[in-house]
Write a protein that binds this ligand. Structure first.
Ligand SMILES: Cc1cc2nc3c(=O)[nH]c(=O)nc-3n(C[C@H](O)[C@H](O)[C@H](O)COP(=O)(O)OP(=O)(O)OC[C@H]3O[C@@H](n4cnc5c(N)ncnc54)[C@H](O)[C@@H]3O)c2cc1C
Length: 334
């Protein structure tokens, strides 16, 4: 692509007409980048009956919303979504394009990148500008953080997980432009989403939980894992895990937190029997307060948390659960 308008774009995502939290979080970060670049934030929103949602995006910080509003766009359709966004980007020439690293975003982003013949950095955990105003996308790799730039091709594209950035406070007084998009009459025939089947989740969902209890290899076995799951229940928390806990078959892949799993941003994170490896800890960068329970006082996890408890989790966790129950009973009788 040749020299462009240089705006910062966010491809927003909606499910059942609800804009996802990650889209608002990306608008907040896009706003910061756009201010540094002296440019505008523009958002693409595709769906059906979503005009009101376009207003929410402006309140969150968008200067312009490209709105594709049609029954054919109600759910994510890979080919038509790609076609609309690629065509628009070729016309408007954004400098940067940010997409949520959701299951839809993870598929859509490379389709758009291929259509625009540009680069894409996936699963970023930070986005900043360098001294030449190039986007530096940071990803966890080789036990540290790797910075990736896209010096020539445009737009500079990145996918970012939920919870990496915070959502801006909506400002209802903000004004912006809503640009209706022309939706192609017929969806190209190769792939069509016919219906969306929702996965049933048990208990509190990791992404929206205010408390997350994450267990690791230190659980020792299925029984030890059960204690960590009971702690999560006692606290009405979501249960997360590290990779070894998944590999051992103690829990499902959906509970894994980190580079290859989910990003969480609870008020309180409690890591039990885990060592604080970067690949896991990148998933909890958004946590407000952090506690670790580990029987090795020298474990690197203690350097990364606010409060550390050095003890055998198999002895400590059942006592903690009892104390939580006693405390709750006292609260009820007070
Ligand atoms: C490309 C790549 C991607 C990855 N992605 C992820 C990811 O998304 N998420 C993820 O979690 N991992 C991921 N991993 C794996 C990651 O590198 C670590 O191996 C993993 O996070 C370690 O899990 P752990 O802390 O449970 O286990 P360990 O590192 O084995 O730590 C176990 C800890 O438990 C403590 N312990 C042992 N017994 C007890 C006890 N009785 N009481 C209390 N503490 C005890 C030990 O002191 C130790 O600190 C990835 C790895 C790679 C290479």
């Amino acid at each position: 692509m040749k020299k462009q308008d240089s705006s910062v774009w966010v491809i927003a995502e909606q499910i059942d007409c609800q804009v996802l939290a990650v889209s608002f979080q990306l608008i907040g970060q896009a706003r910061k980048l756009a201010t540094e670049l002296g440019t505008s934030v523009e958002v693409v929103l595709l769906g059906d009956n979503i005009s009101e949602q376009a207003r929410q995006l402006i309140a969150a910080g968008a200067d312009k919303v490209y709105l594709g509003n049609a029954p054919d766009l109600a759910f994510y359709q890979p080919e038509i979504y790609t076609e609309i966004i690629v065509k628009l980007a070729i016309e408007r020439r954004p400098e940067i394009m940010l997409i949520g690293s959701t299951s839809t975003g993870t598929e859509l982003a490379p389709l758009i990148a291929a259509g625009l013949k540009t680069g894409l950095t996936a699963h970023c955990i930070d986005l900043v500008l360098d001294e030449n105003k190039l986007l530096i996308s940071k990803i966890p790799a080789y036990g540290g953080l790797m910075s990736i730039i896209c010096p020539e091709k445009r737009p500079q594209m990145a996918t970012i997980a939920t919870g990496v950035f915070t959502s801006p406070h909506p400002d209802e007084s903000r004004t912006g432009e809503i640009v209706p998009l022309k939706v192609p009459d017929a969806i190209p025939g190769r792939i069509q989403t016919l219906k969306v089947v929702r996965e049933e989740t048990e208990g509190v969902s990791l992404e929206s939980a205010s408390i997350v209890v994450a267990g690791g290899a230190g659980a020792g076995d299925k029984e030890g894992w059960g204690m960590i799951a009971d702690l999560a229940k006692a606290l009405n928390a979501a249960l997360g895990s590290t990779r070894p806990a998944v590999d051992e078959g103690w829990t499902e892949l959906e509970t894994m937190i980190g580079q290859s799993g989910k990003m969480v941003s609870p008020e309180l994170y409690i890591g039990v029997g885990l060592s604080g490896e970067l690949q896991h800890m990148v998933g909890v960068v958004g946590a407000k307060a952090m506690v670790a329970i580990n029987n090795d006082a020298k474990s690197p996890v203690f350097e990364q948390v606010d409060y550390g408890i050095v003890d055998d989790c198999r002895e400590f966790v059942p006592v903690l659960i009892e104390k939580i129950k006693e405390y709750r009973e006292k609260l009820v009788t007070c």
